[in-house]
Design a protein. Structure first.
Length: 190
């Protein structure tokens, strides 16, 4: 009996020490769950993802980074840039298609401006449209301020030219309602 108890105790300790990064099928498409992955981990846990790897220029063409695309040319397309060419540590994760990916807080492509405010607990503000960081959301010390999520909005409807600028824009509730703002891109900075 003592041997069986000892074996169970040892197996329990070994199981607790396991660093398996496999996610449950429910959490498989939550981007925050990927932050500790390296390229090999991704390929092991997402063998169906049809990976594409390359390097390119980022940050307005000022930095070259290695990147990986998972599920290319599908609604689940996901872009991962790496901190080094060895692809051992993720720099950021981006997606802009309405597929299965979402944030741990439930933000996904198509989430409304109103829903973002509710999730954040504070009114958000955002940059004007028509430039590289157009529609970038500012969390304004809300619940999502320290989430490492960068979310970008775009209007579903036509908007006045005064909303095309590279700074935070002032808009009325009526103007926001008329624009019908939705999340069009999500980035998780690691």
């Amino acid at each position: 009996m003592k041997r069986i108890s000892l074996i169970i105790a040892i197996l329990s300790l070994v199981a607790c020490g396991s660093s398996n990064k496999n996610t449950s099928s429910k959490d498989k498409f939550v981007v925050e769950n990927l932050t500790n992955y390296n390229a090999d981990d991704l390929m092991n846990d997402y063998p169906e993802a049809n990976f594409y790897e390359d390097s390119g220029m980022f940050e307005e063409g000022t930095v070259e980074r290695a990147y990986t695309v998972m599920y290319p040319e599908t609604p689940d397309e996901l872009h991962i840039t790496w901190k080094s060419n060895e692809r051992k540590e993720i720099f950021d994760i981006r997606f802009s298609e309405k597929g299965k990916w979402k944030s741990a807080k439930g933000i996904e492509i198509g989430t409304s401006y109103e829903a973002l405010n509710e999730l954040n607990g504070e009114k958000i503000s955002f940059y004007g449209f028509g430039w590289d960081y157009g529609g970038a959301v500012m969390w304004n010390d809300g619940k999502l301020e320290n989430s490492n999520l960068r979310v970008f909005l775009a209007p579903e409807n036509e908007v006045d030219n005064k909303f095309y600028k590279d700074r935070i824009i002032e808009v009325s509730e009526e103007e926001i309602k008329d624009m019908d703002l939705k999340v069009t891109s999500i980035m998780l900075v690691n």
